[in-house]
Design a protein around this ligand. Structure first.
Ligand SMILES: C[S@@+](CC[C@H](N)C(=O)[O-])C[C@H]1O[C@@H](n2cnc3c(N)ncnc32)[C@H](O)[C@@H]1O
Length: 282
């Protein structure tokens, strides 16, 4: 199977499209990096998936299921469609796709597009922090899960969503961590009245001193602190952590992958090539 899949025609072209934060089309890095790594990872883990009778894809920020890249007239699959289509290789398809979005129109567009490709879908409308409990309950016991968390804004990557999904026994995460959002807002956020990132990395204020803002390493420390919160849930974070940059070479986000098992981390390490932030825990 190849990535030409992302050019499959849209089964439902009248439904809304993902056009990025500025509504002018998403950046090329979405299909070229984010969705390519997702596709390759899903393909690369097919043998492992086959060992599990229940294989679940979880996507709480699913968008409408179809993207348009800036400057392109054709449209391409969204992340959930990429994951579903690539999971079908070798009869290792997800047995359930649990998707959600804050925007009910987007959530239902994504569900309709997945169903048009034959996917078994349950849709959860609402903020991830409120849908996550029902999503966890909908995962069959002992299922192998891939959780793809892809919010635009770092503040919506609330840590309790990760904690709740982490109660699942076999769960691996691919997470979009918006470095740009952090850079733009962390300094302002030091004012406790704003508190935008307090749910993203609870307790960060106790670990990053005001001097870090003067030295200029506050963002780095924030990211390291968040990674340690993840590690404390029993996960190993892959050292392959591609840093996606925009056309002006400004850092946009890290794609962070973590698992409790070595095989998924190894497979992510093989597929997620590109500019990287090396990350070593003591
Ligand atoms: C980057 S887009 C998703 C793109 C999609 N994952 C893909 O790969 O094609 C982010 C989505 O998150 C949704 N969103 C924003 N805040 C949210 C929240 N708190 N909970 C759930 N969804 C949210 C937005 O409506 C938007 O559709």
């Amino acid at each position: 199977m190849t990535f030409s899949l992302s050019h499959d025609p849209d089964p439902l072209p009248r439904l809304p499209l993902e056009l990025g934060r500025l509504n002018e089309g998403v950046g090329r890095w979405v299909p070229e990096m984010k969705h390519t790594f997702l596709a390759k990872y899903v393909e690369g883990t097919r043998q492992a998936r086959k060992k599990f009778p229940e294989r679940v894809y979880v996507d709480l920020f699913c968008g409408p299921g179809r993207i348009q890249v800036k400057g392109e007239s054709a449209t391409r699959h969204g992340g959930a469609q990429i994951a579903w289509q690539h999971s079908r290789l070798d009869s290792a398809a997800f047995t359930s796709c649990l998707i959600g979005d804050l925007d009910p129109v987007r959530a239902s567009a994504c569900a309709d597009r997945l169903r048009a490709f034959g996917a078994p879908v349950q849709v959860f409308e609402g903020a991830a922090e409120s849908t996550v409990d029902r999503v966890v309950q909908a995962v069959p016991k002992g299922a192998l899960c891939l959780a793809y968390l892809d919010p635009y804004n770092l503040q919506y990557l609330t840590f309790n969503v990760i904690e709740k999904l982490a109660t699942l026994k076999f769960v691996d995460f691919a997470v979009h961590f918006s470095t740009m959002d952090l850079r733009r807002n962390l300094l302002m956020e030091y004012n406790p009245e704003r508190a935008r990132f307090d749910l993203t990395a609870p307790g960060w204020r106790d670990h990053i001193s005001p001097e870090a803002f003067v030295r200029g390493d506050a963002e780095e420390l924030f990211f390291d602190y968040w990674c340690n919160l993840v590690k404390n849930l029993g996960f190993t974070i892959s050292q392959r952590m591609p840093l996606v940059r925009d056309e002006g070479n400004r850092p946009l986000y890290h794609l962070v992958f973590f698992s409790r098992h070595s095989l998924p981390n190894r497979i992510w390490g093989d597929v997620a090539q590109g500019p990287n932030r090396e990350f070593n825990f003591d």
